[in-house]
Design a protein around this ligand. Structure first.
Ligand SMILES: Nc1nc2c(c(=O)[nH]1)N[C@H]1C(S)=C(S)[C@@H](COP(=O)(O)O)O[C@H]1N2
Ligand SMILES: [Mo]
Length: 329
């Protein structure tokens, strides 16, 4: 795992400084360099210096190795960084897609700890710095499909949530994992509003949480996560509708009961616990058969066909063998 700070003297520009596509190509070059080992010694030096530093600051680059997990990298062109960080759902900061980018600057991401609780052998408060070092960071290019009918392709940086789960040793009685996200009225203007019960809570069945595609993400486009995308750490579950991927996590709780989740509580007939992307199971108020890819909004841009499990059926289909997906939506 490697963290580098902004003053590292590296010639690569940052997403905020150049065109998003250019950034992305730069990132690929950096990853190739690392794979070739040429940068190894230099990077080790940076890592050592960072060990002295406190939390990775804004603008910190996260460098991840390319993932070997099956399905971890779609060959589709990543969405422009500008769209991925400017068109968001993060209701704690407002309901319009442009609100989080405008309002999330108040989020205080350091110091940050994640409380691990419930049916687990090693509960406790885990500092973000330690979570960052827990396993090798990987780059994963995932499709993200929002339940409202749009999608993006985002290069995340993180590691499989399974790595963390194995380290904290859940008990045999743990059947589900609950994810609780920050709800701070002082810094999040919509916490307390009546749209949802706060905090925003999500959950997964244990086998879903342990699936190698389920990502604990700290960064995207080679940097620490922008606040509007869920800094300093979030979940990304690519075969489920985007709302299953909680942002700014503060608690992970192992339980024997299916967690009560925020959207399921708010509108149980519209948002089920599973919420697997499924073009054959419509939302009660709209079809889920097609989607609009953000960034392709031209007059003639065609809607795309939504893929079963968002295109990850080969990897995750077995988790739901024999289940009625209309019933368990
Ligand atoms: N805490 C929290 N997490 C959240 C949300 C939210 O409102 N609050 N919105 C969800 C929804 S509906 C989607 S589509 C994704 C959007 O992630 P992105 O903005 O990084 O694309 O975040 C999810 N995680
Ligand atoms: Mo969403």
């Amino acid at each position: 795992m490697l963290i580098k700070t902004r003053d590292d003297g590296l010639a690569h520009p940052f997403p905020s400084e150049i065109t998003p596509q250019g950034v992305y190509q730069d990132r690929r070059q950096l990853l190739r360099l690392m794979a070739g080992g040429a940068a190894g010694a230099m990077l080790a030096g940076w890592a050592a210096r960072d060990a002295r530093a406190q939390m990775p600051a804004r603008g910190t680059r996260l460098v991840g190795q390319t993932s070997a997990v099956s399905g971890a990298t779609t060959p589709e062109k990543p969405t422009d960084f500008k769209d991925a960080s400017g068109y968001n759902n993060f209701y704690e900061f407002g309901l319009d897609k442009s609100d989080p980018a405008r309002n999330a600057h108040t989020l205080k991401t350091a110091p940050w700890t994640v409380s691990i609780e419930g049916l687990v052998k090693k509960p406790g408060n885990y500092a973000l710095e330690d979570l960052l070092k827990l396993s090798a960071l990987e780059e994963r290019i995932y499709r993200l499909r929002c339940v409202e009918g749009w999608s993006m392709v985002i290069p995340w940086v993180g590691y499989s949530l399974a790595e963390l789960i194995r380290k904290v040793e859940p008990l045999g009685t743990a059947k589900y994992v609950e994810f609780v996200t920050l709800a701070d009225r002082k810094t999040m203007p919509y916490v307390g509003s009546s749209v949802l019960d706060w905090p925003y809570v999500e959950g997964l069945r244990m086998d879903e949480a342990m699936h190698p595609l389920t990502l604990l993400a700290f960064g995207m486009y080679g940097e620490m996560l922008p606040k509007q995308n869920g800094a300093p750490l979030r979940l990304v579950v690519p075969w489920k509708y985007g709302f299953k991927s909680g942002k700014s996590l503060v608690k992970i709780r192992f339980t024997d009961q299916q967690p009560a989740t925020a959207w399921n509580l708010a509108a149980p007939r519209e948002y089920g616990f599973y919420s697997n992307v499924n073009p054959q199971v419509d939302h009660p108020r709209w079809s889920q058969a097609t989607e609009r890819r953000i960034g392709e909004d031209g007059l003639f841009a065609k809607r795309r066909k939504t893929l079963m499990f968002n295109g990850y059926e080969a990897q995750v289909g077995q988790l739901y063998a024999g289940m009625d997906l209309k019933k368990y939506y």
